[in-house]
Write a protein that binds this ligand. Structure first.
Ligand code: ZN
Length: 446
């Protein structure tokens, strides 16, 4: 058994680590390697400071003869060298080869890299201990993701993504797929696929916008579902190849519940409970900021403008509301304290909202009118007057209801679990080897 982990080969100028994995699947197939899992796409912590893109690492898991190992390693290294954007400053590719069963320690390391920040030193210690091999290009940081992809065995919840790639001459041009076919696909597939379309704007979310080779990616609950969805999408440009990944996308794998506000640390995405301690304020750009506290401390929470309905919900909060907030944690800067960038809010309990209102007429029940400051109130309907009446505090109904609120699909992280997936969580890896094929369209495997 051999696991090949690859990370950080792409740059904003182009490329995509998933594409290198797709090419490698074809080459390993030609070398007669036997796949024991779908290629895994492991999204790492989206809040690490040096990453602005998807932060996805890949792992291929195969069975092969000992005699083939050198060939497989050579092929992998060559492919990464040919396809990685090595001249881009922030691109530091890594490849890891791991043999045999995945030990708990490596699974723990992967969890750490999804929920926090993995360290090169820890990765290297594990590589030594378990006699794995690694090639780190440039500063070698890619080894972290490579090992994390290997340890990301997806034994809990997971989803699938089918990614279709463009032919080289079309890359960098406008993507041409039939929008209506995506809307129709979304309708037919129901909750078996997710985040195809942003319901608030009608925007198609399956196509990226950069110069990378991805034409589209369909996310869903099973290989069959993403295959069916793919067959329903009409592409107006040729598809070079497609491949199905098993992935931690849409599972909230990055969010770690902490017991108190004081345990919230920069760069570690959290779920934490608290009581709204300051009235939400809208700042330049339409972002909404409020703070929560729980006795152990308090922290700012931000719902940014593109989070759409989540921002609208944040504006309705008042002091005293009990909430559970979900999101990445930005370290303090010169201008701002440490802040949770919200992905979800669960409103646990709404505080009573009281407003000063005119008193009710004791004789006919209508709300009275003021006769001037300090001069009491008068009823317009029946003429009743009370010069000593004062405004009264009245509890008014809250428009905000308890419940879970999630950022709009267009601003969801790859890892964010969308509404449609609640109740569909998987609890163990239940795929079988037979179901793995076809994993990719490149030969006669179909
Ligand atoms: Zn009256």
């Amino acid at each position: 058994m051999m696991h090949i982990g690859i990370d950080d080969t792409d740059s904003p100028r182009g490329g995509c680590t998933t594409y290198i994995a797709a090419l490698l699947v074809e080459k390993l197939h030609n070398l007669k390697a036997k796949f024991i899992d779908y290629p895994n796409l492991i999204r790492l912590n989206p809040n690490v400071p040096w990453k602005t893109r998807g932060n996805g690492a890949l792992c291929l898991r195969i069975e092969c003869d000992e005699a083939q190992v050198e060939d497989i390693k050579e092929t992998t290294i060559e492919l990464v060298e040919e396809n990685a954007d090595l001249t881009y400053e922030g691109t530091d590719p890594g490849i890891v080869f791991f043999y045999g069963e995945i030990p708990k320690e490596v699974e723990e390391f992967a969890k750490g890299a999804v929920q926090g920040i993995g360290k090169v030193k820890t990765a290297i210690n594990l590589l030594r201990r378990f006699r794995a091999e690694a090639i780190g290009f440039k500063n070698g940081r890619g080894i972290i993701g490579g090992l994390a992809a290997i340890g990301g065995t997806l034994k809990g919840d997971y989803t699938y993504e089918l990614i279709a790639y463009r032919i080289p001459e079309n890359r960098g041009t406008l993507r041409r797929i039939c929008k209506e076919s995506v809307i129709e696909m979304d309708r037919i597939m129901g909750n078996q696929t997710f985040n195809n379309i942003d319901p608030e704007t009608g925007r198609i979310l399956i196509t990226p916008h950069g110069p990378d080779p991805v034409l589209y990616g369909v996310r869903g609950e099973s290989p069959e579902a993403v295959r069916k969805a793919h067959n329903l999408i009409r592409s107006e440009e040729p598809i070079e190849r497609w491949i199905i990944f098993r992935t931690n996308q849409g599972t909230d794998a990055h969010l770690r519940p902490v017991r108190s506000v004081s345990e919230v640390k920069p760069y570690n995405p959290v779920v934490v409970c608290g009581v709204v301690a300051s009235k939400p304020r809208v700042i330049a750009g339409g972002h909404v900021i409020f703070s929560i506290s729980d006795g152990s401390g308090s922290i700012d929470c931000a719902a940014y403008e593109p989070t759409g309905r989540l921002r609208d919900v944040a504006r309705l909060l008042i002091e005293g509301d009990k909430v559970e907030v979900y999101g990445g944690v930005r370290p303090p800067s010169e201008d701002n304290p440490m802040t949770i960038n919200l992905e979800k809010i669960r409103v646990v309990e709404v505080a009573p909202l009281k407003r000063l209102m005119n008193p009710i007429c004791p004789s006919c029940g209508k709300r009275m009118k003021s006769m001037g400051r300090g001069k009491g109130f008068r009823c317009k309907r029946c003429g009743f007057k009370d010069p000593s009446a004062e405004k009264i505090l009245v509890e008014v109904e809250r428009s905000l209801k308890p419940g879970l609120y999630i950022t709009s699909p267009r601003s969801q992280r790859h890892l964010t679990k969308p509404f449609s997936r609640y109740g569909l969580e998987k609890h163990e890896a239940s795929y079988t080897y037979e179901r793995i094929i076809p994993y990719s369209k490149f030969s006669n495997l179909e």
